[in-house]
Design a protein around this ligand. Structure first.
Ligand code: ZN
Length: 437
């Protein structure tokens, strides 16, 4: 199959005017000028042209909790402690199948936004399975928190964590461990989870320095998170430092994906560059929760690998990664359109550790392509980042299969949407009947 458009933006190279991409089965074969690609593919290949469009790599949303999709709009932005308590109430109302239904509904929203790669955190295998069915790839993290380190392997086994973590480069879906935060997992659990991830070369991601309340807890041992840290993070004692320094001293910063990094110091930026795999910034959810602004410009200057993520729909207004990238530009006005596109694609994939398969339009990579309506332009990168959004996504291919065509899902599932909405109603009922704290 060949798709062509006014522009092809491979990200691995300069924009190509009148470009085309030839993919065979699930992978990209040739990228170039349409005449060269057609000549390479031969006369038997079908060609579909997208006038007024740019073809870009499938986008990377590096931080989601898709199994919470049914909670969209239910949890009001408020203090982190209250928000956590409200979330717990809502989730207790979920039935077993609700997590799968929500993940599947979230996967459909991702595709409609041009996202084909996620870094998703969930309790078990439901999200990975639902996303693989829908055509999303990426890294799926099993979230552990509030348990003792010695219970980690039993907990992971109970939750069907893959025991044979082969990381075939052919695989679209990989997995990892997330100890949630350093104040809901104790120091020994952080170290045990990091050992599991390191031993099997799996992803290790957690929320880091997310809020002023977390900073107060780590520096002084006080504040709104102190009681929950005492209850959940076995063995936790305020280190008198920031979270990044704490993770370094525990020996778990190496290879870590640090999500949020809203409240970090200049030294933390240096430590992240030296030790971490990268950061995932979520500027819109940080702002909505009143958590502050990540030092995006300092992270960029230091050369820290950077991705953007929307957070869950329990916080974020939508899963629109273009809007998230534009919010990032407000934190660092020096970001060029080309750099923003890189963060949404190649660098986002590198933060997740899946750059061998995703993030650019190159021979051998997964055939994940987005056809984006940008109109007539001589600056396609600016048009993509300034105009991009779900309403501009004309078509999406992932793993060589059409997922969105003529702006509609190719495999829509009304049942999935209904089940996700039913989960949301259960949560909403639970929240409205719960006595206020
Ligand atoms: Zn999160």
């Amino acid at each position: 199959m060949i798709v062509s458009a006014d522009w092809v933006l491979p990200v691995s190279g300069r924009p190509i005017r009148n470009g085309a991409v030839w993919s065979r089965s699930s992978r990209i074969d040739t990228v170039g000028h349409v005449d060269d690609v057609v000549a390479a593919a031969g006369p038997r290949e079908t060609l579909q042209r997208f006038a007024g469009c740019a073809i870009i790599p499938g986008l990377v949303n590096a931080h989601t909790h898709l199994s919470l999709t049914g909670l969209a709009g239910l949890l009001p932005a408020r203090s982190q402690r209250e928000w956590n308590a409200t979330l717990s109430t809502a989730l207790r109302a979920f039935e077993d199948d609700d997590f799968s239904a929500c993940a599947a509904a979230g996967a459909q929203r991702c595709l409609r936004s041009g996202v084909t790669v996620v870094g998703d955190i969930a309790l078990g295998p439901e999200s990975l399975a639902a996303c693989a069915d829908a055509g999303l790839g990426g890294v799926f993290y099993w979230e552990v928190a509030g348990i003792k380190a010695e219970d980690l392997s039993g907990e992971l086994a109970d939750r069907e964590f893959p025991t044979n973590p082969g990381r075939s480069s052919a695989a679209r879906a990989r997995w990892g461990v997330s100890p949630q935060t350093a104040h809901t997992s104790g120091p020994a659990l952080l170290q045990a989870a990091h050992r599991v991830a390191s031993a099997h070369r799996l992803g290790f991601a957690l929320h880091v320095a997310e809020s002023p309340a977390e900073m107060e807890l780590f520096r002084f041992g006080t504040g709104s998170l102190a009681a929950s840290a005492h209850r959940l993070a076995h063995g936790f004692a305020s280190p008198g430092t920031g979270t990044v320094e704490y993770l370094l001293r525990l020996g778990v910063l190496d290879g870590t994906i640090a999500i949020h990094c809203t409240n970090i110091s200049e030294r933390d930026v240096v430590l992240l560059k030296r030790h971490a795999r990268g950061v995932v910034l979520c500027p819109r959810s940080d702002a909505l929760q009143g958590n502050g602004r990540a030092p995006a410009a300092a992270l960029s200057r230091a050369g820290v690998r950077m991705a953007v993520g929307t957070e869950s729909l329990a916080v974020a207004p939508d899963l629109d990664i273009f809007a998230e990238a534009r919010a990032l530009r407000q934190l660092d006005v020096t970001l060029t359109p080309a750099r923003m596109l890189e963060i949404m694609t190649r660098e986002g994939a590198a933060v997740l550790g899946v750059e061998d398969a995703f993030g650019t339009l190159e021979h051998g990579k997964q055939a994940d392509l987005v056809m984006l309506d940008i109109g007539a332009t001589t600056d396609p990168e600016a048009a993509v980042v300034n105009k991009g959004g779900p309403d501009r996504v004309v078509a999406v291919i992932s793993g060589g299969l059409w997922r969105v065509r003529d702006r509609k899902l190719v495999f829509p599932s009304d049942g999935t949407e209904r089940a996700c909405a039913a989960a949301g109603r259960r949560a909403s009922d639970a929240l409205s009947t719960k006595a206020p704290d």
